[in-house]
Design a binder for this molecule. Sequence first.
Ligand code: GUN
Length: 298
Amino acid sequence: MKLIDGKALAANLRGEIAAGVARLKEERGVVPGLAVILVGENPASVSYVTAKEKACAAAGISSREIRLPETASERELLECIERQNDDPAIHGILVQLPLPKGFDEKKVIDAISPEKDVDGFTPVNVGRMMIGEPCFLPCTPHGIIKLIEFAGMDLRGRHAVVIGRSNIVGKPVAALLARRETNATVTLCHTGTPSIARFTREADVVIVAAGRPGTLTGDMLKPGAVVIDVGVNRVADATSARGYRLVGDADFASCAKVASAITPVPGGVGPMTITMLLWNTLESARNKSLICPIDARG
Ligand code: GUN
């Protein structure tokens, strides 16, 4: 059984991104800028946002941290997004999800300019992705495709089973796997699927993004299958200094006995999500500086 090392692949790609950032600065005087907006203090969100900001700094991308209290109004958040839309130094806007109760997530995402939507969450980018037009691909699904390539897996004619139908992971990764260039046959399972095991036992690759530990167990796998575990779940652990440890959605011990390769948690999909965010931010800055040279000078 092979561990698919997302940290190693992420480090390689981040090196390339840092080189691209340096070249853009040298050739066109542009420093990519990412606005990271966090509302409230959800501990998992705080740690994701901190990791994103650190990764930006390491790649030479300028990140602008904007923290709003949980008590902020939706109007304040929308105005904040509007200011980032209008700011030529900002090439990417990220609003960390989930938002606290009371915020209309759809309305907030809709407020992000599609040209700066480096998460690939706006309807314009989702639509472009579905019809194969140039767009920002959503970071976790894009990172998963890169990880599968890195693992040396050719999915042409293979059966990929996705568990979970979220807008952030399940639905878009299913769409990307089915694109002509990847050419997998895709089954999308979700909470309404009566027997998920019936499908996963036929799968060459299982992508599990259900948000629940133990969703995938070894007895649900075909021998030699590849497992991509998107879950990040905190489970109480008194032996850990933090009082918790991170586990994925797959039961690692039993899956590792049957699978040929598996992504660890942490160190699998997580580092790739952040890497593709940096990638999209660099792309956005490159495109903007081509389309609008006045902005590049300013
Ligand atoms: N919450 C969980 N994953 C993501 C992500 O990729 N982007 C944002 N903005 N929020 C998230």
